[in-house]
Design a protein around this ligand. Structure first.
Ligand SMILES: [Zn+2]
Length: 365
């Protein structure tokens, strides 16, 4: 059993003298920039390398990366790997910056996360700086002297994992972002059995994602969104725009399913979301048949009530497709929809609530 991997070995005795340090470079007490370093002696590995989206008043800032100068200064430190919990931007978005700072550090990720990382690294021309190793939830990873056992977790994106991290000081359980969702979109529940086994082995430290942890109650299952889509799709007479994160493949699947139920085709606007959709279809994670996919350039060839357009920008990110449409800067969707009205003050799109009186465009959040 991995737990006893280091026992009775010379390396265990050597390592037992080294302090174990867990250093949150970002993501603690803030939303975004998730990046944590585990370090023992001269050996280290990183979990996640995320970005933070800029606040409304950070004009000209595309995104914010974690401040990892500490690692750059620690020349003695051998970073054995970067492992990823899931593919959200706030967990993978800074990957190109980190692999450029630490070239040839291998990456470990589950299939969807690996695909999203590949898209991101290609965009930033940094794919040749690292090697992406794919693993499946439940797999064990030997990362330098550390032994990691991954376990499946639910969240708002498929292929999420947490890690049991075996150290000479005991077992650390790192949850990653999680939701105890018993009716997830992809049907895969959290790996309760493995969590129970960890508990029976004895957990020295639990590191659990804490967003909204101070709010009592349960987060509703992702599937409640299906009912909301049904209500909107049933009523909508014209085009439907759905804004979400480029990496939110489960949400894309839900939109595709709703589109199918209501006889609409799906168009995907924006580079990052198009690339992610392409990759997820290739991996078989996203079920979107060719017959339902419509190129954005062909939008004028179809009635408004037969299409749903997916795009990024739910949070008013300055470079997202929705923001470009709202500013009249989107190449193909400039005249497609009077979105400008949604941005009638300095606040971003997501801060606008209710219907737009100028255009009678219903906005649902
Ligand atoms: Zn997440």
């Amino acid at each position: 059993m991995t737990r006893y991997l280091f026992r009775d070995t010379e390396s265990y005795l050597l390592m037992a003298k080294s302090k174990l340090r867990i250093i949150p470079i970002g993501g603690l007490g803030e939303i975004g920039k998730n990046m944590t370093v585990f370090e023992m002696g001269n050996d280290a590995f990183i979990i996640d390398t995320g970005i933070m989206f800029p606040a409304n008043d950070m004009h000209g800032v595309d995104y914010i990366i974690p401040d990892f100068r500490y690692l750059q200064e620690r020349k003695d430190l051998k970073i054995h790997a970067i492992v990823y919990t899931h593919g959200h931007e706030d967990h993978i978005g800074a990957v190109s910056h980190v692999v450029e700072a630490f070239p040839n550090t291998p990456i470990y990720a589950t299939p969807l996360t690996a695909g999203l990382l590949e898209v991101r690294l290609k965009e930033r021309r940094a794919l040749d700086k690292t090697k992406i190793n794919v693993f499946n939830s439940g797999d064990k990873l030997k990362v330098g002297p550390f032994m990691l056992e991954s376990f499946h977790m639910c969240h708002s994106i498929p292929d999420c994992v947490g890690f049991g991290i075996y150290t000479p000081y005991g077992l650390i359980v790192y949850s990653g972002d999680y939701k105890f969702d018993n009716s997830p979109v992809d049907g895969k529940k959290p790996d309760y059995a493995r969590l129970a086994r960890f508990a029976s082995e004895g957990v020295t430290l639990l590191m659990a994602e804490s967003t909204n942890a101070d709010k009592p109650g349960w987060t509703p299952s992702e599937t409640v969104i299906d009912d909301a889509f049904d209500r909107v799709f049933k009523k909508a007479k014209g085009r439907i725009f759905v804004a979400t994160f480029a990496s939110l493949i489960s949400r894309v699947q839900q939109v595709v399913n709703a589109a199918e139920r209501y006889g609409r085709k799906v168009a995907v606007a924006g580079h990052s979301m198009s690339e992610n959709v392409k990759m997820a279809r290739r991996l078989g994670i996203l079920n979107l048949p060719d017959s339902m996919l419509l190129d954005v350039s062909k939008l004028n060839s179809i009635s408004d009530n037969q299409v749903v357009i997916m795009l990024t920008g739910a949070q008013g990110e300055p470079t997202a497709a929705l923001t470009k449409v709202a500013n009249g800067e989107h190449r193909q969707l400039k005249q497609a929809f009077p979105f400008r009205a949604l941005r009638r003050d300095e606040k971003t799109c997501c801060n606008c609530t209710g219907d737009s009186p100028e255009t009678q465009v219903p906005l649902l959040r």
